[in-house]
Ligand binder design. Structure first.
Ligand code: ADP
Ligand code: ZN
Length: 620
């Protein structure tokens, strides 16, 4: 093992990873595979790290960079992300810098000088910059601890986020064969993984693959009734004062939703490609830097946003696939604290997505694959079982238990009833009306409503007219959605979304296929009172002591002020979890404060006295 960088060594001792984790980052223990990865890389090994968002990838290269001789070079595609990471490291007393196009010539020269002087622990470099002859020759002269390639899936041409400049990164292995390389990504699929290994020269190196479960995220999918009202209720009852992201498909809906939330007193800002770049940047900055801002956005928003304290992600429209749903909801709760993934969806969403696929210019294969993906997502939305085990199952991961205890279906299991007769009525209604009508009309016929259309087509004369009066419209919609999810019925976008029977519908009509249907959900099935403690009831694990709300508020106010003064995002100063830890423990001494996760040596030195003063003032 090479000589460690002296800065982090106890006098006379080689520093061990755990003591640096504690002194610099203020953390008491490694999480999951971190320890093994840190050891492997510190000893000079290459590897691939697959960990979900929020899993703690950064420490996997930051610690070895501190423990090894020389500077760790981090390749990262996103400038905003580099900036925030470096700000956080500087706060923790690590000598970190960036080298990218935002620097002036003089600033860049200064960074280069510090690198050569051995004055840097970590240097974040944009890929296109790294590959310039100037930079490669600079690195050739410097002492390099390791190369970390973050967002490594960007090398994959098949992936969803291909970046041509990443292809050139294969040069690293060729030019610096003896420097360890660690590639990191949160994208799990096999094909992408293989491509990373080939392109970055990692064959033979171990892969560290973590579970993709995000246990702190509570999944909840509700039936869409009055979406804006449902969203407002969700936010005000469960996430008042929290930061969150609301996803909508269209720009107009983004604007309307942001306005409706603002009117309801929820600080919400729009974000979509049609807004002026400066407005977009300002809204994004406010979301990142201020506490409790809700951003309403099209899916373009979120990539490269590292904000750890996003407490909820809400979908007002159906995403394209489970991959997209997982990625978008994954932006909640990076800090590991309880967070919600909430989605309101209805039959029209399925029809709309289906139409988008059919009308797209993609090949037939593309359309077939897209439809398959949409079907899988609809099945997730309609399942009566655990959402989490469905999600993990989709990614090829076996859930540890069939009930996670932290999704709507586990917390309040839907009633299942025999739906064979209802399904038969619905399917034969679609059949007898010629498979030419949408949900609304079929329901009119079933409940025996004499609308103009019903009489016009003589559907009141059919045997199915009025045979479904035992269920109301809402129930029938739920039946239709589930039959679509089960694949017995599909909406044909080329025929005005007429509902058509599929091959498998025959078995249902003949009574050969059993059909269990979930009772229509009343909409907001999880009601959480937030009057006692702000998050107490959302907490999946019991906390030792409930955090004290006034002290929590005082700490947040203090943090906002510091963040403003230092011009960094609030979470760079201290994470929510650290503030909550302080509010719960009420430390009275610097020693006691140092025990709170997130308070390392430098933070104690900078903020210790002020934090104790805030705690004391709250006690007075
Ligand atoms: P990723 O890059 O995998 O999305 P990060 O490296 O940003 O995740 O880490 C996510 C969050 O988890 C951060 O808030 C970080 O401080 C926290 N974290 C990481 N490792 C640990 C640990 N061992 N103990 C406590 N918190 C941790
Ligand atoms: Zn569950």
């Amino acid at each position: 093992m090479p000589a460690p960088a002296a800065r982090y060594a106890e006098p006379g001792n080689a520093p061990d990873a755990l003591s640096v984790l504690n002194s610099v980052f203020g953390l008491p223990a490694f999480r999951g595979a971190q320890e093994e990865i840190v050891r492997h890389v510190t000893e000079g090994g290459n590897c691939l790290v697959l960990m979900p968002t929020g899993g703690g990838k950064s420490l996997c290269y930051q610690l070895p960079s501190l423990l090894r001789e020389g500077c760790g070079i981090v390749v990262s595609p996103l400038i905003a992300l580099m900036r925030d990471q470096v700000a956080g490291l500087l706060e923790a007393g690590v000598n970190a810098a960036v080298l990218n196009s935002t620097l002036s010539f003089d600033e860049a020269s200064e960074v280069e000088r510090r690198l050569l002087a051995g004055d840097l622990d970590l240097l974040y470099v944009a890929p296109e910059r790294l590959l310039t002859p100037r930079c490669l020759s600079l690195l050739g002269q410097a002492s390099i601890a390791l190369f970390a390639i973050d967002e490594a899936h960007c090398v994959s041409q098949w992936g969803h986020d291909f970046r041509p400049e990443y292809i050139g990164l294969s040069a690293i292995a060729e030019r610096f064969p003896d420097v360890p390389r660690i590639a990191l990504t949160a994208t799990a699929d096999e094909m992408t993984r293989k491509e990373i290994v080939t392109r970055l020269g990692l064959s033979g190196a171990p892969s560290f693959i973590s579970s993709f479960d995000r246990p702190n995220i509570r999944y909840e999918i509700v039936e869409k009734q009055n979406a804006p009202a449902q969203l407002k209720a969700f936010i005000s009852e469960r996430h008042a004062g929290d930061a969150g992201i609301v996803y909508c498909l269209s720009r107009a809906k983004v604007e309307d939703t942001a306005e409706a939330l603002s009117k309801a007193g929820i600080p919400a800002l729009p974000y979509h490609a049609g807004l002026d770049a400066s407005v977009r940047a300002r809204n994004q900055d406010r979301f990142i830097n201020e506490d409790g801002v809700v951003i309403v956005a099209t899916i373009a928003f979120g990539m490269g946003i590292d904000k750890p304290d996003v407490r909820f992600v809400a979908h007002l429209d159906l995403p394209k696939s489970i991959e997209a749903y997982y990625q978008e909801t994954g932006r909640a709760g990076r800090d590991g604290k309880p967070s919600s993934a909430w989605m309101a969806y209805g039959l029209t969403d399925i029809v709309q997505q289906r139409r988008m696929i059919d009308e797209s210019t993609g090949s037939d294969t593309f359309k077939r694959v897209s439809i398959g993906k949409l079907d899988a997502l609809v099945a997730l939305a309609e399942t009566a079982g655990c959402r989490r085990s469905r999600l993990l199952g989709y990614f090829g991961e076996e859930a540890t238990s069939s009930s996670c205890g932290n999704c709507d279906n586990c917390l309040s299991p839907p009633q299942l009833r025999d739906g064979k007769v209802a399904a038969q009525k619905l399917l034969s209604c679609a059949y007898r009306t010629g498979q030419r009508f949408g949900a609304m009309h079929l329901i009119d016929v079933l409940v025996g409503r004499l609308t103009e259309r019903v009489t016009q087509f003589g559907h009141d004369k059919l045997s199915v007219f009025g045979v479904g009066r035992e269920l109301n419209e809402k129930h029938w919609r739920a039946v239709i959605r589930q039959l679509v999810a089960m694949g017995h019925l599909r909406a044909d976008s080329e025929a005005f979304n007429a509902l058509k029977l599929t091959e498998s519908a025959r078995g249902v009509l003949k009574g050969e296929t059993e059909i269990m249907l979930r009772e229509a959900a009343p909409g907001t099935r999880i009601r959480v009172s937030r009057t006692k403690s702000r998050r107490g009831d959302l907490e999946p694990r019991a906390e030792a002591k409930p955090a004290d709300a006034p002290l929590q508020a005082a700490l947040r106010a203090w943090r906002s002020e510091i963040a403003r003064q230092r011009n960094v995002p609030a979470y760079v100063v201290l994470h929510d979890s650290t503030l909550d830890g302080i509010a719960a423990a009420r430390p009275m001494t610097l020693n006691a404060l140092r025990d709170i996760p997130g308070i390392g040596d430098k933070k104690l030195e900078h903020y210790g006295d002020e934090l104790l003063a805030v705690v004391r003032a709250a006690d007075a």
